[in-house]
Design a protein around this ligand. Structure first.
Ligand code: BGC
Length: 768
């Protein structure tokens, strides 16, 4: 029997008129009483949410279906206008029981809602912050927490209850289309960054949805692909970030992923969503150290079976379809979905949301402090930028520029900078600062003829295509530069800057082809021409990368630029943030959260990324050897190791101590600024565990990190890094549990994965 939503909704309003006086009220009476008063239809509707109504789900332009089935009968059709327009979805409210409609909005780089509303003069812009990879590159827990506290304030002041972020899948392969939305290849950095992110947002009594749980490391066929991997890789690499984040920040909600994990869809996977996540399997250390307390929601339109999702512990289906609603009603009625389960799932949602703005009736202002948040995004973006190269030109380094330097700016991104990726991670910001504007704001003269050539070209190109939308952020082919044009510009300038930009977004992966992972012929020719002409005139040439992830650098480096800065997708103030680094106002202290190989094929995962079309399986053959764990083991050296990043100053490490404090490892090291300018250093602490043929361990693993304050020349700071007992463990496949091997453990402090400064060995004996 089809239960039409409309009928259910009419039935609800009749009920609400009749029983409203005496019905238990959420927020006044106990949650158990409220649940006991719900009808079967109300229960089913409550666990099946609605979506953004103004966007009918289309197929993506890349030909990839965002939604696996057409959304006919989607619950969404009942909602005329969302409570907060442009939010990704909301709950059905049940007014007779005092249950409000909770609002869920994307996403990782800031709050995604519509900036304008019909018949409304108001503006609802949000701050576009740097994407997550750029946040991770700061290696700065406090700064990330401060940034996301600002994001959370925007959510709260616009009436959003849960921010659908952070996204923490692993950078298994550089071509994953959503890597920019994810932090890193290393699970410890991921977990610590996620915890900082979550703690910042949740300070506002706004929740997060930690996503996508789990093993969603590619976009190709994301709705059906089966990620096949060992228990050890799952535990040590792909679940570890979730475990750390839950332990250190207890997110309100978790979003299950679309894909299958070892044959079972994540949203129907009882083992993942209940046994591991909530610690109910009771096996030796097999579950998360601290169980998850909030509720789980599906990713959008994960259209698996509604009853199986509920039974697995997927409490909320976002947004559900008529079919899923019918399945749940039928399941409750025929007993295949026991009351104890549906009631428990509803309880988790209502309990978690007690603190939300909707439940507490918080009177949001619709006026967050955007001016203050612009300062925050400017600061965090420059802190995450990574200086990859900085050669001597004459007697000084190429960067920073001296005051008054005249610059010629080549490349589209100088005038139309990319500030975030496409898809749900894109933010509707009020403005963006281009690199040209940023340089001018910082007092540098920008070559006018070159500027004019680019701005006229870009204006003409933009007029030919639709403006930025959910799926597409237009990126244009680069102008083909002429020798005469560059020679003329270099006569009048002291330095050239040339940008390369790349866009990516959900729904598709990147490709190892020209124009994506590789440079186009025009890009390569432009860089070569600009570097050659600048050098011939005795001037500097600087490359700035404007992209969420990485590209092949062979053609870039072959042109021999004097400096290379990776500026990521730096949020709406990106131009100012880059200028802050180029001018030396900010000394770069960002370090890479991923290993950057010389060639794409050097990544072990390139053999089976994205997946085997024949059987929809992606086989994680490289197992735990992802990123630097792979490169440490093999003979191929990376171009830039994990954790790499230069500074305008130099640092010296000394007085390294390591103690075993009852299973906790406590390390201290002194870091001194030995150069001529103030700067910050982030320090990595690696563990090398004893290895044997039966139980091979990676050569080393990141176990903690810390960043200094701004150290003046000659100043020293002592940093302390702690490894919790659980973090020192590895997954023992034989015993199916986390454990520590007896033996000598080496701890090393390093500036990056290939630059170990000091090491100490201590002996540890097994416990768990
Ligand atoms: C994405 C999620 C996002 C959701 C809501 C999905 O397509 O995978 O990350 O939160 O849409 O917009």
């Amino acid at each position: 029997m089809k239960h039409k939503l409309l009928n259910a909704s009419i039935a609800m309003s009749v009920l609400s008129l009749a029983g409203c006086q005496n019905a238990p009220q959420y927020g006044r009476d106990s949650i158990e009483e409220v649940i006991a008063a719900m009808t079967v239809e109300e229960k089913a509707q409550f666990v099946v949410g609605t979506n953004r109504v103004q966007e009918t789900p289309p197929d993506s332009p890349k030909g990839i279906k965002r939604y696996p089935e057409q959304c006919e009968g989607a619950v969404a059709t009942l909602q005329t206008q969302g409570k907060v327009q442009g939010a990704a979805g909301q709950h059905f409210d049940i007014p007779r029981l005092g249950i409000p409609a909770f609002v869920y909005a994307d996403g990782p780089a800031g709050v995604r809602i519509d900036p304008k509303r019909e018949n409304d003069e108001g503006e609802y812009y949000c701050t576009a912050f740097p994407t997550e990879t750029a946040l991770a590159a700061t290696w700065d827990i406090d700064l990330v927490e401060r940034t996301t506290k600002a994001m959370g304030e925007e959510a709260k002041e616009y009436g959003v209850d849960v921010l659908l972020a952070p996204a923490i899948n692993i950078h298994r392969n550089p071509l994953c289309g959503r890597n920019f939305e994810y932090f890193s290849e290393d699970p410890l950095l991921v977990g610590k960054m996620a915890a900082a992110y979550i703690n910042g947002v949740q300070k506002n009594n706004v929740g997060v949805s930690l996503k996508h749980y789990a093993v969603n490391n590619q976009e190709t066929h994301r709705n059906g692909v089966n990620a096949q991997l060992s228990m050890r890789a799952l535990r040590e690499i792909y679940l570890r970030g979730f475990e750390i984040a839950i332990r250190e920040s207890q997110p309100w909600t978790i979003m299950s992923s679309y894909n299958k994990v070892n044959g079972i869809f994540a949203s129907e996977n009882h083992w993942l969503l209940t046994e591991v996540l909530r610690g109910t399997d009771g096996s030796k250390g097999g579950t998360f150290e601290v169980p998850f307390q909030g509720f789980v929601m599906t990713d959008w339109w994960a259209q698996e079976n509604g009853v199986r999702q509920q039974l697995a512990g997927n409490d909320l289906i976002m947004p559900g379809t008529q079919r899923q609603l019918d399945e749940i009603i039928e399941g409750i009625n025929n007993g295949s979905l026991p009351d104890s389960i549906i009631d428990q799932n509803i309880y988790r949602i209502l309990k978690t949301m007690e603190k939300s703005t909707a439940a507490t009736g918080y009177k949001y202002s619709n006026k967050p402090d955007l001016a203050d948040h612009a300062k925050v995004t400017r600061e965090v973006a420059s802190d995450g930028m990574v200086l990859l190269k900085n050669d001597l030109t004459g007697t000084s380094k190429a960067l920073p520029f001296e005051a008054g330097t005249k610059v010629a700016l080549f490349g589209n991104a100088c005038y139309d900078i990319l500030v975030g990726g496409s898809g749900s991670g894109n933010v509707n910001r009020k403005y963006k600062v281009s690199l040209a504007e940023g340089m001018e704001n910082a007092g540098f003269a920008v070559d006018e003829p070159v500027k004019k050539a680019y701005t006229s070209y870009l204006d003409a190109e933009k007029a030919k295509v639709p403006a930025e939308n959910f799926w597409t952020i237009p990126v244009f082919a680069e102008l083909s530069l002429s020798e005469a044009q560059v020679t003329e510009a270099m006569k009048n300038s002291d330095a050239a800057i040339i940008t390369i930009c790349r866009m990516a977004g959900e729904g598709g992966d990147r490709k190892a082809v020209a124009g994506d992972y590789l440079l186009t012929d025009t890009e390569a020719a432009n860089i070569a021409l600009v570097c050659k002409t600048a050098h011939a005139a005795g001037k500097k040439a600087i490359v700035v990368l404007n992209m969420g992830n990485i590209i092949d650098m062979n053609a870039v480096l072959a042109a021999n630029p004097d400096a290379v800065l990776h500026a990521w997708l730096g949020g709406q103030e990106a131009g100012n943030s880059i200028a802050d680094v180029l001018s030396g106002k900010v000394n770069p202290s960002g370090k890479l959260p991923m290993t950057w190989a010389k060639n794409y094929q050097d990544y072990a995962s390139s053999k089976n990324f994205p997946f085997s079309v024949a059987d929809s399986i992606v086989n994680y053959e490289e197992d735990i050897y992802v990123g630097y764990r792979q490169f440490d083991k093999g003979s191929v050296k990376p171009l830039y190791p994990f954790g790499f990043g230069l500074s305008y100053t130099t640092f010296e490490y000394s007085d390294f101590e390591v103690k075993n404090d009852n299973g906790k490892i406590v390390a201290t090291v002194a870091v001194k600024n030995t150069g001529a300018v103030a700067g910050r250093e982030s320090v990595q602490l690696y563990q090398s565990a004893p290895s044997s043929a039966e139980w091979e361990k990676p050569v080393k693993e990141l176990k903690a990190f810390a960043k200094t304050k701004i150290l003046q020349p000659g100043e020293t700071q002592k940093l302390t890094m702690t490894i919790e007992k659980f973090d020192a463990m590895s997954w023992n496949e034989k015993q199916n549990c986390w454990s520590v091997d007896n033996g000598d453990y080496t701890y090393s402090v390093a500036a990056n994965a290939e630059d170990v400064k000091l090491s100490k060995a201590i002996s540890i004996s097994a416990t768990k």
